[in-house]
Design a protein around this ligand. Structure first.
Ligand code: ATP
Ligand code: MG
Length: 463
């Protein structure tokens, strides 16, 4: 790390020298000046981590100097040196935002201690900023949490999608975050300031959806008492999110295709086509290829929508994201019960969550955490606080097949990954300890961790 830089300002050269000597012993790179006017220029040209200034100086006193410095920058730690008689004004200075004051005459410790405190504070602040940006950039996209190779690949495609105008097709099981992804793409795109309009193609009754989507003119059908804009027009210049696109009736698929191909549609009962400029993001948890084969879904529409495909992996295929998600959901939901002072989750409870197969994916995980927060006595969530079915043995064959059918090689991979994750969680991310638990060599484990793309930092997040 570079040396921290300090500027010492005092009209008495001997004081400058004394402070300089102490600061240099603390490892700082020190510049001095006897003129506060010169000092302002120096602050303008260079940046200093620490500024130590006398309070009483000719031309510009320490407080005026402080004000000037703050007009230029706000990051440096500012400490005032003050003679005994002026301590009350030094106290005022601290109220104004000066970090601390040193009485004059001073012993080396009287300079060193506030300095160390100040530098520690600065270091913590910097670490915090670094940590925050690290968490924001590495473990999330907007508020989508995860750091598994699978989810990082999703983030990568999302960034492309956000900087493009092409249609996006988000696929994935229920609760994997399809809507979250669609919103994040919109709010990172050039259309962010315009509307994000959601149409749930499965939830609107068949007889209504056409008029909901495309609007109608007065008298188009019984009950059409006035002209009405549809959701497509609502989304003009913004993003139209077509959720459960697989449920859209075939005659509406044609109309949607026309919007995608020509940017045109017609309100029900109208003769004039209208133009719209919408970016379409569609989502489905159905296998559209199958719907195409069954002639339920138009192939030409599929290809128009599937320009940027985003496949959200089920949670059971990225169990290493569970600790990050659990901590995220604890932070999100603990505010409802501040009196419990919830501070985390035990290893046992985390392990139980990691072992469960989460058919409802992230939504189910979030619900489980919320449940535990409601039922725990606090402050730490115990395994017993989780919904009971999470810890029940998964009995094969009893409720049909609980393990999805997949190539044996993938299954082995998945199993290996989850058992290694379990050991790493138990060891708090310590490889040697985890290797011991698994009865394998440390090097062997290290290699597997690398091959399986397991991220140790995200594991260390579990308490
Ligand atoms: N990676 C994630 N990080 C944080 N929260 C997530 C993540 N994925 C999903 N969630 C949360 O899980 C819940 C379900 O997400 P969402 O509604 O986007 O899923 P979906 O795929 O659209 O589900 P469905 O198919 O049932 O409509 C939401 O509360 C969402 O905030
Ligand atoms: Mg959804």
């Amino acid at each position: 790390m570079d040396k921290l830089r300090a500027l010492v300002v005092d009209d008495e050269p001997s004081v400058c020298e004394a402070v300089k000597a102490i600061l240099e012993l603390e490892g700082l790179d020190v510049t001095t000046t006897i003129s506060s006017v010169d000092a302002v220029e120096m602050v303008r040209k260079d940046s200093y981590d620490l500024i130590v200034s006398d309070l009483k100086m000719p031309v510009m006193d320490g407080l005026q100097f402080y004000d000037k410095v703050r007009e230029i920058e706000s990051d440096s730690i500012f400490i005032i040196i003050t003679a005994f008689g002026t301590i009350p004004s030094a106290v005022d200075a601290v109220k104004k935002g000066v970090y601390d004051y040193i009485p004059k005459p001073f012993t080396p410790d009287e300079v060193r201690l506030p300095l160390r405190r100040a530098l520690e504070k600065k270091r913590l602040e910097q670490e915090n900023i670094a940590l925050r940006t690290q968490i924001e950039t590495r473990y999330s996209f907007q508020n989508i949490i995860g750091n598994s190779p699978e989810i990082r690949e999703v983030f990568r495609i999302m960034r492309h999608a956000a900087s493009s105008e092409s249609s996006v097709m988000v696929t994935g099981e229920s609760g994997t975050g399809k809507e979250l992804v669609a919103r994040a793409i919109h709010s990172n795109s050039v259309r962010a300031r315009k509307k994000f309009v959601t149409v749930n193609c499965g939830a609107i009754p068949e007889g209504l959806i056409e008029s909901e989507l495309f609007g109608h003119v007065k008298g188009a059908f019984t009950g059409a008492v006035a002209d009405k804009r549809g959701l497509v027009e609502e989304a003009d210049k913004g993003t139209l999110f077509l959720d459960e696109i697989g449920e859209l009736a075939p005659q509406l698929q044609v109309k949607l295709l026309r919007i995608l191909q020509e940017g045109e549609f017609t309100r029900i009962g109208d003769t004039q086509p209208r133009r719209v400029n919408v970016r379409v993001i569609a989502a489905t948890n159905r296998d559209l290829k199958k719907s195409i084969a069954e002639k339920q879904f138009r192939e030409d529409l599929y290809y128009r929508l599937n320009v940027i495909p985003i496949e959200l992996p089920p949670l059971r295929k990225r169990t290493e994201d569970i600790p990050l998600l659990v901590n995220h959901f604890i932070d999100k939901h603990k505010v409802k019960v501040t009196e419990k002072n919830i501070n985390g989750i035990t290893k046992d409870a985390m392990q139980a969550l990691m072992n469960y197969h989460f058919p409802g994916n992230v939504r189910e995980l979030e619900n489980s955490v919320e449940y535990a927060i409601a039922f725990t006595a606090g402050p730490t969530i115990q395994k017993e606080d989780l919904p009971k079915y999470l810890s029940e043995e998964r009995k094969l064959g009893e409720e049909g097949r609980t393990i999805p059918l997949m190539p044996l090689r993938d299954a082995k991979h998945q199993f290996e990954r989850s058992i290694i994750m379990a050991a790493l969680i138990e060891s708090g991310g310590n490889i040697s300890e985890a290797a011991r638990l698994l009865h394998i060599h440390r090097q062997n484990l290290q290699q597997k961790v690398r091959l399986l793309g397991i991220d140790l930092e995200s594991i260390a997040a579990a308490k």
